[in-house]
Ligand binder design. Structure first.
Ligand SMILES: Nc1ncnc2c1ncn2[C@@H]1O[C@H](COP(=O)(O)OP(=O)(O)OP(=O)(O)O)[C@@H](O)[C@H]1O
Ligand SMILES: Cc1ncc(C[n+]2csc(CCO)c2C)c(N)n1
Length: 286
């Protein structure tokens, strides 16, 4: 705890210097740094009369967990014209500074409602119409990296067998390769006057659109009827023509998404010791 406070203080002063160097206008207008999302010092809201910003630090742990600020910055620039994500102001490793988006997130309840699903489907379809970014997602490569960071004592023979299977299986051939966000949940969506916008693009990459849809369905624990409503909305918004093919492909990706979630929860449990990760991993453990 004391260690993380010292780390946060160090990051705060590093960020302070970065702003003073790159933003004379913000320095002159005055600014405050507010930690967001816990006390690790990874994300700071920069509040200034010249406009609010969000600074995101690349930590070693987050890099192991698959987040990459360089990729995030490149992808945010790639989607900039659509205004579906925040605008990048500065990428100066290990810091990425983006605009703070004023908006309200849906609640867990409203997130699963038809109106939100319709708006989300439209945003996703537009995103999935962009050309790929050049950052291709390779799940097996990611699994292999996660494997190095899992507590060996938690492995079981069944898990070992599952890992071998996931590593040797051929991945489903993409139905439609596109830029996908890969971390869509109520906390990463904002209702704004410009429509629904997405934040937290740290896992975005090029992959099959059906993988994105499978990740949404599993990550948000949607029931089969909710899943159908959502896929129907995605089809209605022009995302794909054939619902049964899309449904079949989403189903193919589900074991991959479940394994991704298990591995990520296990890595985060190992890194942070936060019990929520161990609890979330439990139902996915073979
Ligand atoms: N560009 C943005 N504009 C407005 N609010 C934002 C923006 N980015 C993040 N936020 C807010 O700040 C909070 C923290 O964001 P951040 O992505 O840094 O951490 P997190 O989502 O809690 O953690 P993790 O990065 O591990 O997913 C978000 O929950 C959101 O409420
Ligand atoms: C390609 C890809 N890699 C890692 C993650 C990180 N992640 C895996 S499970 C989970 C929480 C709930 O789904 C998060 C944030 C991702 N989303 N997409």
């Amino acid at each position: 705890m004391a260690q993380s406070r010292i780390n946060a203080e160090f990051l705060q002063s590093e960020l302070q210097q970065l702003i003073e160097k790159h933003y004379p206008a913000v320095k002159t207008a005055g600014f405050r740094l507010l930690p967001v999302a816990g006390l690790t010092g990874e994300s700071w809201k920069i509040c200034s009369p010249a406009g609010d910003l969000l600074a995101r630090h690349q930590s070693f742990d987050k890099r192991i967990a698959g987040a990459d600020r360089r990729r995030e910055s490149a992808i945010l620039r790639h989607v900039a014209r659509q205004k579906s994500g925040p605008c990048v102001r500065l990428y100066s490793p290990p810091w990425l500074i983006v605009d703070w988006i004023e908006g309200t997130p849906p609640t867990e309840q409203t997130f699963a409602m038809p109106a939100t699903q319709q708006a989300l489907s439209r945003t996703l379809v537009r995103l999935h119409q962009l050309p790929p970014s050049g950052y291709r997602l390779d799940l097996q490569h990611q699994f292999a990296r996660y494997w190095q960071h899992i507590d060996r004592r938690r492995l079981t023979p069944r898990w070992l067998r599952l890992h071998r299977k996931m590593m040797s299986q051929i991945q489903p051939a993409p139905l439609k390769l596109a830029l996908v966000h890969m971390d869509i949940h109520a906390g990463n969506v904002l209702h704004t006057p410009d429509g629904l916008r997405l934040i937290d693009w740290e896992y975005a990459a090029d992959a099959d659109v059906a993988l994105e849809l499978a990740a949404i369905v599993r990550g948000n624990g949607w029931s089969t009827p909710q899943q159908h409503v959502f896929l129907r909305e995605y089809i209605n918004a022009g995302g794909y023509q054939d619902i049964s093919l899309l449904q079949q492909q989403v189903n193919r990706w589900i074991p991959w998404v479940d394994y991704l979630m298990l591995m990520w929860f296990e890595v985060r449990w190992q890194q942070t010791g936060e019990h929520k990760y161990r609890e979330w991993a439990q139902p996915l453990r073979p």
